[in-house]
Design a protein around this ligand. Structure first.
Ligand SMILES: Nc1ncnc2c1ncn2[C@@H]1O[C@H](COP(=O)(O)OP(=O)(O)OP(=O)(O)O)[C@@H](O)[C@H]1O
Ligand SMILES: [Mg+2]
Length: 382
């Protein structure tokens, strides 16, 4: 007689199926919604993915079939794939974040530092300009700020901040960030151009370079670490979420609808890699010509649509302004050099919005601290 398979057997087998991006098994993540077993050994599983187009879908399906088919007595396996609701997705993300936090190797980034990664789906939308200006504006509000240029080969932060200083290591071989107007800056562009170091960096994988920046830089006590991401949804983004699970992301987009599609991909990536999206910044929004008229050179509405589509606030609209380009080329970020101009003021308001949404740890109210303590205790006792 064939073995009788139980729910427990099937769940045990499914514990061996991992969602590689979320770093936990599909049972733990709550992705297994139904298990149905017929007397003849047919197994039907209801599996909910974070999004229907999950790139891991076929791997999860294949692994599931393989693991469950291997149980003695199973004659066939049928999988009913569905997409999670928004609420279920948030729950899964929260669980994945906790798992990641518990498993992450400690970096030299103070756990009390708020990490804001500035991302986008395509190049040239103004991530680096926004990163530099947010760093400067947040620093001008009195916070301790670090700026990490995670665009390892396409670095632009040194030029935008007008620094030609070089990173140096202390006696313990820990890299000391360059201090530019009170901001702790690290970029591959600030590495000494000796043959030896150039070779060392060329040999490193991108994600390894990022790892070095997080493990071997004495970041010190910062309130905020702003990370300028390279364009796209590649290695660096995934590595960042693995190395710094406390990282949160702001997505920069242009008002154009096409750019918005790409940005949705980034937001999806952020969710899959448990990086919460704080909000959307629309850059290169209307051009104020100085005669009282505003022209939407790059279209309009893309930022708001994206924000609505992914359910986060639109936290800033930065107008198209030649001063942003000049500031970037001359190393004098506009948020500080022309703070009351249209773009400067918008960037400063956006920085304030970021702080309101992600308050520095010290500034959290007692209630927030108590809530977090209770949360931590609940996780421990769970
Ligand atoms: N609001 C703005 N008004 C005018 N020009 C801008 C604005 N924002 C950015 N720029 C200009 O657009 C160009 C691209 O900006 P930036 O380098 O910041 O984009 P990026 O997204 O970091 O690009 P990459 O994907 O290559 O890293 C730069 O020349 C910059 O000066
Ligand atoms: Mg850039």
């Amino acid at each position: 007689m064939a073995d009788v398979i139980t729910h427990d057997d099937v769940l045990k087998a499914l514990r061996g199926v991992f969602d590689p991006e979320l770093g936990a098994d599909i049972v733990e993540l709550g992705m297994v919604q139904d298990v149905d077993i017929t007397p003849t050994g047919g197994v039907t599983l209801g599996i909910a993915l974070t999004i229907a187009e999950c790139p891991m879908r076929s791997q999860i399906e294949d692994d599931t079939v393989r693991k469950v088919s291997a149980l003695s007595g199973v004659t066939n396996v049928h999988i009913d794939i569905r997409a999670m609701t928004q609420e279920q997705r948030s729950g899964v993300m929260e669980r994945a974040r906790r798992t990641a936090r518990d498993n992450a190797e400690p970096t030299r980034v103070d756990p009390k530092t708020r990490v804001i990664a500035v991302g986008s789906g395509k190049g040239g939308v103004g991530k680096s300009s926004v990163s530099v200006n947010l760093a400067v504006a947040i620093s001008d509000l009195g916070y301790r700020v670090g700026l990490l240029d995670a665009d390892i080969w396409g670095f632009s932060i040194p030029r935008m901040l007008g620094t030609t200083e070089r990173l140096e290591a202390n006696d313990e071989k820990v890299i000391i960030p360059v201090d530019v107007h009170g901001i702790a800056v690290v970029s591959t562009g600030l590495i000494v151009e000796s043959e030896e170091t150039a070779l060392m960096w060329r040999g490193l994988m991108l994600s390894k370079a990022l790892e070095q920046f997080l493990h071997q830089v004495a970041w010190g006590e910062l309130d905020y670490l702003i990370i300028d991401l390279p364009p796209g949804t590649g290695d660096i983004q995934m590595a960042l979420s693995r190395l710094l699970p406390q990282a949160e992301m702001v997505v920069v987009t242009t008002p154009q609808k096409a750019a918005q599609k790409v940005a949705i991909r980034v937001a999806d990536m952020a969710r899959r890699s448990y990086m919460p999206v704080v909000g959307v910044i629309e850059n290169m929004a209307g051009f104020a010509c100085g005669h009282g008229e505003t022209y939407d050179l790059f279209g309009s509405g893309g930022g708001r649509e994206l924000a609505e589509a992914i359910g986060v606030p639109l936290i800033g609209q930065i107008p198209l302004d030649a001063g942003v380009v000049d500031g970037g080329d001359s190393g004098k970020p506009i948020a500080r050099s022309v703070p009351d101009g249209a773009a400067g003021a918008a960037l400063r308001a956006t920085a304030q919005r970021v702080i309101d949404l992600v308050p520095p740890v010290e500034d959290e109210t007692c209630t927030a601290r108590i809530a977090r303590l209770v949360d931590a205790l609940e996780i421990k006792s769970a």
